[in-house]
Design a protein around this ligand. Sequence first.
Ligand code: EPU
Length: 345
Amino acid sequence: MVIEESIPLYTFTTMKVGGNARFFARVRTVVELHEALKYAKDNAVPVFIMGGGSNILVASGGFNGLVIKIELKGIDWVKSADGIYVDVNVASGELWDNFVGETTTRGLWGLENLSAIPGTVGASPVQNIGAYGVEAKDVILNVTAVHCQSGEERIFYHDECNFGYRDSFFKTAEGKYYIITKVSFRLQTKSLPKIDYKDVRLYFENNQVTGREVSSQDIRSAIIAIRRVKFPDLNTYGTAGSYFKNPIITIGAFETLCKKYPDMPSYVIDREHVKIPLAWVLDVACALKGFREGHVGLFEKQPLVLVNFGGAESAEILNFADIVSRKVFEATGILIEPEVEHIGF
Ligand code: EPU
């Protein structure tokens, strides 16, 4: 394993901004991971674990520590004796969407709705990535991780991961010490289409599959087509997808807001809370669809997606996000939170 110095991080992020990592190491094996962690300990520098760089905003000043880029590879498929499911053990450095594509090619069910999401497999439990009515937690069996200080390896079973909306144990103060090396998923061999989500339902109403049943590969193709229209092309723009989380508010707060915005949509979370689609708030309540200042803006087809149109500095993005947050607060009284992780600020 090689430790490099002064490596520009913007090249490793989909947002395409950010300064240098003081130290930078690519790890391809767990042994190399331990070596990198020892280097950080010996040099008394903090560690940042980087996967696909698709959900981070790095400060212009960079990261004054060791960035470890996880490049652990390998996928192991284990079919159950009765043939009903397949357990798949995936190294955390595998590209998420390559893995999802492989599952649908094999005719497996469970991950097809999570197609075309950038990033690596290791990030999927941290964020509990979700889209089109499915979350990673629905199919995650367990997560293997290494403690960055003690080096201890531990398996976290599903319930120990404390999954929530864009949340898990791995985002807590204690969980942040763990570096994910492997994720195990249980996928089904029997047809299990989930096509209720509005965009997916509309897609299949307009593009019907005739003469056979819908396959997981059909759903993957549908999701890829839907996302191609709604999300900016990563090769053209800098973006990290949804910049903010959809806010979860109390029913009481929602009822008050409905007096001002009778058409405000909501999704029930539990008996006391609802989730509000922030895209609707930005679009309808704040009229911010396509809102742009300088090099930064909200994508005109999906306002929850913040775009670096080229040439933005990290501070400009942060400032823009702050303006958006304030406008949302003025219109609704809701304090929104970033979904994107901020590094080096
Ligand atoms: N809407 C509008 N105007 C718009 C767009 C949307 O009013 O221009 C309203 C509609 O009511 C729509 C609702 O917002 O039904 C929700 O929009 P959408 O289905 O596009 O989903 P989202 O809540 O904006 C979430 C995830 C995405 C994920 C999509 C699809 C978060 C923070 N974002 O977005 O995840 O792809 O659902 O399931 O939960 C990401 O995490 O980076 C991400 C892209």
